[in-house]
Ligand binder design. Structure first.
Ligand SMILES: [Mg+2]
Length: 275
């Protein structure tokens, strides 16, 4: 089945922008560009905050980073480690709420040990793989680095072999351009996002999804693109069009990549909200 062609971000209907209550967004290569957050993107986030929009980054990045993001960025919370948890910081009480999908720390520790053992087994067949550089700051998942800091990098086919090996041991996995992530449990970014809305805001996202916009860039974001009618890709999303990995394209697309596309998209949306 052919996948739909996204419309230009300028064509996003004004009525939908006016009815918007929040923006959910991926971080790597959506909010960042080549690993850096550019000032225009960060300013756009503040502008959206001033507009009273709910802001929620949804990322595969680790708990250690999420603590910083929830505390210091102008956001209402963060979903991290591919849905392993959400954190939100209460400004009034100065308390960080940490909700783990697997609530018992002892079970999480046990899971981490199982993942460590799986990793050691994998290293026997793939001696060049390493744990990702942000692994020490993770609470729930294992990130196997196959092409970020390892030299020479493994092929995508080898990464898929690693993925299959992890899945054969009961792990849930996700593959990105640099890491294979593995965890125990059937949660993902979308399910934990729904949990955040239900528990923290009393909103049934299933019913109210049209009041929120999602921004992303890659195959990892496909379930979110498929779920939110108001989905926006930064220009980098075109790179994956022919890969066979984009089962669902976003409805709208920015002309620029990463941070610059994020700034562009929020600029259009915020302008269309003006009276
Ligand atoms: Mg991304």
């Amino acid at each position: 089945m052919p996948i739909q062609e996204p419309s230009k971000i300028e064509d996003i209907p004004q009525g939908l922008c006016k009815g918007l209550e929040g923006i959910l967004f991926d971080i790597d290569d959506t909010f960042t560009r080549k690993g850096k957050i550019h000032p225009g993107a960060f300013s756009a986030l503040w502008e959206a905050k001033k507009e009273g929009l709910l802001l929620l980054p949804i990322t595969g990045r680790p708990a250690g980073w999420a603590d910083h993001i929830a505390r210091m960025w102008p956001v209402d919370g963060v979903v991290g480690e591919n849905g392993g948890f959400y954190f939100c910081f209460d400004e009034a009480t100065k308390r960080m709420k940490k909700h783990f999908v697997v609530p018992d720390p002892a079970v999480r520790e046990q899971d981490r040990r199982r993942l460590d053992n799986l990793f050691r087994d994998l290293q026997e067949d793939f001696p060049t793989i390493r744990k990702a550089s942000d692994q020490p700051y993770r609470q729930c998942d294992l990130a196997v680095d196959f092409s970020e800091d390892v030299n020479p990098p493994l092929t995508l086919a080898e990464a898929q072999e690693i993925q299959q090996r992890l899945e054969a041991h009961g792990a849930t996995t996700k593959i990105s351009s640099i890491h294979v992530n593995a965890w125990f449990g059937d949660y993902d970014k979308l399910s934990t996002c729904k949990l955040f809305f239900q528990q923290e805001l009393g909103i049934d996202l299933e019913a109210d999804r049209s009041r929120f916009l999602f921004l992303g860039d890659s195959p990892n974001d496909v379930p979110m693109f498929a779920f939110f009618p108001l989905s926006v890709g930064v220009a980098g999303v075109h790179r994956f069009r022919e890969s066979g990995l984009m089962g669902h394209m976003p409805s709208f697309v920015a002309s620029k990549e990463g941070s610059f596309g994020f700034e562009e998209a929020l600029g259009v949306v915020l302008r269309k909200r003006l009276p």
